[in-house]
Design a protein around this ligand. Structure first.
Ligand code: G6P
Ligand code: MG
Length: 213
């Protein structure tokens, strides 16, 4: 028996490597605007919504951007990103992702998805896994992005599970912070020295084991 009643997964960088595509699309935009963009900076963008990410990038520019210009840049980044995800398929599931979803289902736990990406439904459909989730939060309905706990609390609420009985799975600093402020157990995907707030960190879902948590 698991100590949890639900597992709530992030999408980008956990179930599929779209974190890499977000990285490429933001880097292209940042460099076109003359803003330095490296891996450490990218780490800060993970889990942050589109406009929030753009604001962080443009803070590195001496130029002033009107809200119309910002919207145009956000739309441009999204077009680059959508081009990158257009050819995705089931083959783009990260190693262990399908097995992890099946193991959670077999253990009788609820499964939620908590991504602030407005492209999440498209990505799930390309991967062919939308049906694996009892509930997918619609990012368009959220007032606050990660690290605010709203997204994980919304998922728990709709799944009918108390936050303390939920396991949140995240690759982003902001996402782990969101899980912890929701009062959940945080499983980090990545490196322990980066995801310092996570309760446990594994390199990828190919190391996922409900029994070991
Ligand atoms: C996820 C990713 C972020 C991305 C955000 C918004 O949280 O980790 O890198 O900026 O979603 O994605 P969107 O597809 O709506 O631009
Ligand atoms: Mg992520």
């Amino acid at each position: 028996m698991s100590r949890f009643k639900a597992v709530i997964f992030d999408l980008d960088g956990v179930i599929t490597d779209t974190a890499h595509y977000h990285h490429l699309a933001w880097k292209r935009l940042a460099e076109a605007e003359g803003v330095h963009f490296d891996d450490a900076f990218n780490e800060r963008l993970k889990g942050i919504d589109r406009m929030g990410s753009l604001d962080l990038i443009l803070a590195g520019s001496p130029k002033h951007y009107s809200s119309g210009q910002k919207q145009a840049l956000a739309d441009l980044k999204n077009r680059h990103y959508c081009e990158l995800i257009a050819t995705m398929s089931e083959a783009d599931l990260l190693p262990g992702a399908r097995d992890a979803l099946q193991a959670v289902r077999a253990a009788g736990l609820k499964i939620g998805l908590a991504s602030v990406s407005k492209n999440a439904f498209t990505v799930l459909d390309r991967l062919g896994i939308r049906d694996c989730f009892d509930y997918v939060v619609d990012a368009a309905t959220l007032a606050n992005s990660k690290p605010d706990p709203e997204i994980f609390l919304t998922a728990a609420h709709v799944l009918g599970v108390a936050p303390a009985d939920c396991l949140g799975v995240e690759d982003a600093l902001a996402g782990v912070a969101s899980i912890k402020s929701a009062g959940m157990f945080a499983l980090g995907i990545g490196k322990a020295e980066v995801l310092t707030q996570a309760d446990i960190v594994i390199p990828g879902l190919d190391h996922f084991s409900l029994e070991k948590i």
